[in-house]
Design a protein around this ligand. Sequence first.
Ligand code: KIV
Length: 275
Amino acid sequence: MGGMKTWNVAKIKASKGVCKLACITVYDYAFARLADAAGLPLLLVGDSVGMTVLGHASTLPVTMGDMLHHTAAVARGTRDALVVADMPFLSYQISDAEAVRNAGRFLQEAGADAVKIEGGTLRAGLIRTLTQNGIPVLGHIGLTPQSVNVIGGYKVQGKTREAAEQLVADAQALEEAGVFAIVLECTPPDIAAMVTAAVAVPVISVGAGPACDGQMLVLHDLLGLSDNKPAKFVKPYAALADTVRAAFRTYAAEVQSGAFPEPGHCYAPSGIPPP
Ligand code: KIV
């Protein structure tokens, strides 16, 4: 979908203190169209696609190929929202040159507007290089799921004074490096308030409480599309798994009984007599 978008990185940046950003993850064309039409400002093609859509146990197996495929589908369904592609595990860690090439592919081949990279101070140099080369970056600190094996599980972050101070330093390093916004995942709300107050770019919460400049929910959690017990911070706004299950069962029963299809579902008879 061509033309100027309603949401660009400058507008996302300028939203701080003006309006709260309601962001979600999206992985395909159909849901991108629905989210875009609802006016959501930022659609993240998260590497959570590995779990929600592809059935992996973590985000680590997700490849550049997976992410390009899903990002292109989302971009085709989006007219107004900013489309951010998540850079998958090992697509930006090996060298800055590889990272620039991979990030550039999301803009050049898949139609993304920006990329997201996990990590704080450690990634500041790379993020400066990307932004200086025309690739906008959404930062991601707090719980960074690509490091789950180092962290030792999906745990709340920033619970000690040192850890909280490190989060503030990370956010400031990312701002200095040129990110247009920062995702802050799984921290206590008072620590999130400190981080949010410490930078001039929007901080988008994933389980970091109400003081942030916006919220982000994973699509399948928001719609109640998964059978897994949702994390504490999730609020399901629908129960689509129940709706879908009921539809499948009713369909199967009606095919079995002959109630479907009815005459109204059939084309006009040809009138040709059987041989
Ligand atoms: O992959 C993802 O869905 C994410 C968000 C939760 C921020 O990284």
